[in-house]
Design a protein around this ligand. Structure first.
Ligand code: FNR
Length: 185
């Protein structure tokens, strides 16, 4: 059956271009994957004192990641790094020490920005964290989506043929990576 992908969108705003990008990838994957969006906007700020008694939103996130075959991070760049909300979600999913939900999962990183080189630096920072968390991160293709008005609709329709083709290739490579790991389970 189709693998489940836990999707983290690193932006909370309604009109997020990264959410549109996530919907585009979901549409392209079609029945080859099940996208499950992980709620990160209601998480408390990680506090190491949680480790004794974990907050329910944290346990919910970890359960969702554990149940998934893979994890997809679709993120904007804030001040040349990962938005705090996303970093907080990763910190919460990674703890208590020795009980990370992320270890061993295949993962992929992608991001959209209105800036030319946008999200490259954020993605690099994110890759550092994911390597430390022992995730198997898709190396290629790298995907830095230069977002212009009307590029992708809220329902994930892509209006540029080149972008559509590129995203199809990206999804194919990610699904191939997931297949290797699911088979090996
Ligand atoms: C930004 N933006 C931005 N863009 C970029 O390419 N590099 C950056 O370092 C930053 N820094 C940054 C900081 C903060 C606090 C904000 C609010 C924005 C612009 C950003 O790419 C733009 O707002 C995107 O539209 C954000 O993605 P979503 O929310 O549309 O998914």
């Amino acid at each position: 059956s189709a693998p489940t992908i836990a999707v983290f969108v690193g932006s909370l705003r309604k009109d997020s271009c990264n959410r549109k990008l996530a919907h585009a990838l979901e549409k392209i994957a079609g029945d080859r994957a099940r996208f499950q969006y992980v709620q990160i906007g209601d998480l408390p700020l990680y506090d190491q004192d949680f480790d004794g008694q974990y907050p329910s939103q944290g346990t919910r996130l970890k359960d969702q990641v554990r149940a998934a075959d893979a994890v997809l991070f679709v993120t904007p760049e804030y001040n040349r790094s990962v938005p705090g909300v996303l970093k907080n979600a990763i910190d919460i999913g990674s703890r208590p020490y020795g009980d990370s939900a992320f270890a061993g999962k295949p993962a992929a990183v992608i991001g959209a920005s209105i800036g030319q080189i946008g999200t490259a630096v954020a993605q690099q920072h994110l890759r550092n964290s994911l390597a430390f968390l022992d995730m198997h991160v898709l190396g290629q293709p790298e995907a830095f989506i230069h977002f212009k008005d009307g590029l992708i609709d809220a329902d994930g329709t892509v209006h540029n043929e080149g972008t559509q083709k590129f995203l199809q290739g990206y999804v194919d490579r990610f699904l191939a990576l997931i297949a290797v790991h699911v088979k090996g389970d």
